[in-house]
Design a protein around this ligand. Structure first.
Ligand SMILES: [Zn+2]
Length: 112
């Protein structure tokens, strides 16, 4: 039985971040850990470049594809680094982590 079949993730339902990280570990964890954090990060940045191209020159389908790939590499990196993505996302659960407001009321634009 392939490893990925051992993971109980409904293929048509939305995955939460914890399920997604578990799925990426099952699919690529061994290979990515073998590659190491630095080389996995290099692949992540390569995927970010592909996302950039999709954002500015791609189709909606290209964008969806590249967002999935960037998220996959991010989840794999988080796994190697010992970071639980679902737990990390809680940083934003109650509003902006700096000012506490939703929407953010900080002078500086953007996340984090
Ligand atoms: Zn803020």
């Amino acid at each position: 039985m392939p490893v990925w079949r051992a993971v109980a993730v409904p293929s048509q339902a939305a995955m939460d971040l914890a399920d997604f990280q578990t799925q990426m570990r099952a699919l690529y964890g061994d290979r990515d850990r073998g590659r190491g954090l630095a080389r996995t990060f290099a692949w992540f940045t390569e995927e970010c470049g592909e996302l950039s191209r999709a954002l500015f020159r791609g189709t909606p389908a290209d964008r969806e594809h590249e967002f999935a790939d960037v998220l996959a590499w991010l989840a794999s990196l988080a796994d190697q680094a010992g970071v639980d993505l679902a737990r990390a996302a809680q940083r934003y659960a109650d509003g902006c982590p700096r000012c506490g407001s939703a929407p953010c009321a900080c002078d500086r634009p953007g996340a984090g």
